[in-house]
Design a protein around this ligand. Sequence first.
Ligand code: URA
Length: 289
Amino acid sequence: MSRRAQFLEVLGIPTEWVPRERADAQAEAAPEVAVAQAAMPVAEAPVAEVAAVVAAPAAEPAMPVPAPVAPPVSRAPAAPALVPAGPEPGSAQADREAAIASMEWPALDAAVAGCTACGLCQHRTNTVFGVGDRQAEWMLVGEAPGENEDLQGEPFVGQAGKLLDNMLGALGLARGRNVFIANVLKCRPPGNRNPEPEEVAQCEPFLRRQIALVKPSVIVVLGRFAAQSLLRSTTPIGKLRGTVHSYEGIPVVVTYHPAYLLRTLTDKARAWEDLCLAREVHDRAGAGA
Ligand code: URA
C-alpha cells in the first residue's frame, strides 16, 4: 500500500470510490482540480495551478471521492482575512510587544493567563496557551480555541483535535513529543465567531514569542486564518499551500484546518501532500541543508 493510501486509511477514508466515467473525466480535465472545485466551499478552495502542483502522481488512480458524511465540527476556519498592521513605533502597543518579545516561558505563561488586552478575556473559561515539547522541532499553529479547548485549556481537544492527532501519528509524531501546538488566539471567540483584527493584533505577539522560544525546524500552519495571520497575507489558502514560506527565518508549510478536513474529506489527500512537504522540509533542516 502506498504511503498516501496508508494516510487515507489512518484518516478513515480507505474505501471510497468514484464511478469510472467521472474518474476518467476528471483525469482528462485536470486531476483533482475538478473534484476540489466541485466539493469545496469558496472559503478554502484552492486555485487550479496550486492544486496542480500538489496533484497526485500520474501513476496513481484518480482520487477517490468519499461519501458525504457530516461529522461534528468543533470549529470552522474563519472567513475574513486578518492582517493586522504593526504598532506605531514608540506607542504603548509597541512597548507591550517589546516586553513580550523578551519574556521567558514562565513570564510568557503568566502574561497569557492574565491577559486582558482584548474583550475575549471577558468570555473565556481558560486561556489556551499551547501544549507540547518546548524544544520541539515541529510547531503546529491553529486559529483559536473552540468550546472544548476553552473548557480544558488545551488546544485541539475536540473532533478536529482527534484528526490532528491522527495526522501527527501518520507523520510518526505525537502530541507532546517533539511537537508544540499553539493557536494565533489564546482565548475563545464567543460562539466560535471569527477573530477580529484587533484581537489578532493583541494576541499575535504571544505566538511570535512562543515560536522564538521553541525555535522549531518547521512550522505547519493549519487553515486559512492562521496562515494569513502568520504570513501577513490575504492570499487564499489554496495558493499558500504547496510552497514553503518563511516566518522569522523558519520554514512554514500551510495546510488545511482539521475542522475543514472533517467536512471536506476529498482534501485529506492534499493535506497529506502538505504534511509530506513539511516532513521533507524538516528532514532537510535536520540534515543541515
Ligand atoms: N481549532 C483551532 O484552530 N484551534 C484549536 O485549538 C481548536 C480548534
